[in-house]
Design a protein around this ligand. Structure first.
Ligand SMILES: CCCCCNS(=O)(=O)c1cc(S(N)(=O)=O)ccc1C(=O)O
Ligand SMILES: [Zn+2]
Length: 262
């Protein structure tokens, strides 16, 4: 899987500062200024094919919780959209706030959402391993989906029910037969796309971001369970709630955000 060897323990909230990357001119996240985005008619609809059987585990890496997929074959893939190649799903995770007023990493005309889902994929046409792809300009593709608080998300509940078992940093439990497609909005044709980076160290500038225009809805209670997770491990005496695990926004540096819709 893509990130199990990389415990983001240094992901303490302290790092949220404007951690600059030397020479970083394609950092993420950013504010998407709708009227400055450029419609590109060559952008295709997204094509996702996710096999729930490739779902393996869910774990708390001290920064977020990750649902990890078996990415040793092309069973759960993303292609189309802005992408030239086929990309393999390796994990998905979320970013959220301590309140429903903020929590997302990207914003749309400065509008904050209470949380944001990231589905992380790597270019399996060009590279053999995630660890190779993460070093390359065209190595990763991350789908971002905004969450709003509203009606309960039935598909999310199985994941919410697993969270108490991974309350502390470093805890892992088996998690199987989960279809990440159920977390995508009904309309996946409308999105913004730009070239950016990981929003966690090592902040590699290897991500083609695909941010969905349509959000999904989750209930207040479902989101409250996200906030019951801890940044800290069971051994640490002071327990810190896992909230506000988003990076501060980064300069656009002349990049163009394209839209697949007018
Ligand atoms: C080789 C080091 C890879 C570190 C990044 N791994 S990742 O799965 O791409 C990832 C992406 C992201 S993000 N927000 O999609 O850039 C956040 C966390 C992680 C993680 O590993 O926890
Ligand atoms: Zn993320």
């Amino acid at each position: 899987a893509c990130s199990s060897k990389y415990v983001l323990s240094q992901m303490h909230p302290m790092w949220q500062g404007p951690l600059a990357v030397p020479g970083g001119d394609r950092q993420s996240p950013i504010d998407i200024v709708v009227r400055k985005s450029v419609f590109d008619s060559k952008l295709k609809p997204l094509e996702t094919e996710y096999d729930p059987q490739t779902c393996q585990q869910i774990w708390n890496n001290g920064y977020s919780f990750l649902v990890e997929y078996d990415d040793t074959t092309d069973k759960s893939t993303l292609k189309g959209g802005p992408l030239q190649d086929r990309f393999r799903l390796c994990q998905f995770h979320f970013h959220w706030g301590e309140s429903n007023s903020w929590g997302s990493e990207h914003t749309v005309d400065r509008r904050l959402f209470p949380a944001e889902l990231h589905l992380v994929h790597w270019n399996s046409d060009k590279y053999r391993l995630f660890e190779e792809a993460v070093m390359e300009d065209n190595g990763l593709a991350v789908i971002g989906v905004f969450l709003k608080v509203g009606k309960r998300h039935e598909g999310l509940q199985k994941l919410v029910d697993a969270l108490p078992a991974i309350r502390h940093k470093g805890s892992v439990v088996e998690f199987t037969r989960f279809d990440p497609g159920c977390l995508l909005p009904t309309n996946t044709d409308d999105y913004w796309t730009y070239h950016g980076s990981l929003t966690t160290p090592p902040l590699n500038e290897s991500v083609t971001w695909i941010v969905m225009k349509q959000h999904i809805e989750v209930s207040h209670d479902q989101l409250a369970v996200f906030r019951s997770l801890l940044f800290t491990s069971a051994e640490e005496e002071v327990q810190k709630s896992m909230v506000n695990n988003f990076r501060v926004q980064q300069p656009l540096r002349g990049r163009t955000v394209r839209s697949s819709f007018t």
